[in-house]
Design a protein around this ligand. Structure first.
Ligand SMILES: Cc1cc2nc3c(=O)[nH]c(=O)nc-3n(C[C@H](O)[C@H](O)[C@H](O)COP(=O)(O)O)c2cc1C
Length: 199
């Protein structure tokens, strides 16, 4: 079984509709560690050795967050800036993360159709995730397409709960079965690996 680390970055989880349910769906899973960055580091004072030890102890790293200005919330950037040190995560002697997997689990206000070349945002979600993809590559990690819940504002509670269960099923799949990376890389949204019966 792979060990999964979820780095949760939501600055207002108490007001969240999507991530609150995603967290409830996955928080008691075996081999899944939920690490709430805003709860731990409200002053952005990240403990680098602690974070690096956590990364070493897991195989699959998930950056879970709402999309903010086509990227992640500020604390996630701070985390990347501080934790992925030269000589540790990248560079000639930086091999600590080699062979691990990185993916993003995001929610967006914009609907799926807006994240197309012809759509309102003129780029796909995968394209917006490019800095994360290249960060993974620089650290010799395997990169997976984002698992995305789109159109958050228009989803009712039942639909959000369904998506949260789909997210849990995705994590079970990633934890329990080896993944064909080339096949997975073709998907625009990793959630498509899991089909749940309609509610
Ligand atoms: C500061 C800020 C920036 C945002 N930027 C984007 C964006 O670039 N694209 C988008 O689709 N939604 C954007 N949104 C909407 C959030 O992604 C959406 O509210 C969130 O995914 C819903 O998840 P939650 O219920 O867990 O908070 C933004 C929201 C905020 C507050």
């Amino acid at each position: 079984m792979a060990k999964i680390l979820i780095l949760l970055a939501h600055p207002a989880l108490e007001r969240s509709r999507v991530h609150k349910r995603m967290v409830s769906a996955v928080k008691n899973m075996d081999h899944v560690t939920l690490h709430d960055l805003y709860e731990l580091y409200p002053n952005f004072d990240i403990q680098i050795p602690r974070e690096q030890d956590l990364l070493l102890a897991h195989d699959i790293i998930i950056l879970q967050h709402p999309m903010y200005w086509y990227s992640g919330p500020a604390l996630l950037k701070q985390w990347l800036d501080l934790v992925l040190e030269h000589g540790w995560a990248y560079g000639m002697k930086g091999t600590a993360l080699r062979g691990k997997w990185l993916m993003s689990a995001i929610s967006t206000g914009g609907p799926e159709a807006a994240y197309t070349l012809e759509g309102h945002h003129q780029h796909t979600l995968k394209q917006f995730m490019l800095p994360y993809e290249q960060t993974a590559k620089l650290c010799n990690m395997h990169y997976l397409p984002p698992a995305a819940i789109t159109g958050a504002h228009k989803l009712d509670d039942t639909a959000i709960q369904q998506k949260a269960l789909q997210y849990r099923a995705l994590l079970e799949r990633l934890r329990d079965e080896p993944l064909d990376l080339q096949q997975a890389a073709q998907l625009p949204n990793l959630m498509e690996l899991i089909q749940l019966p309609q509610a």
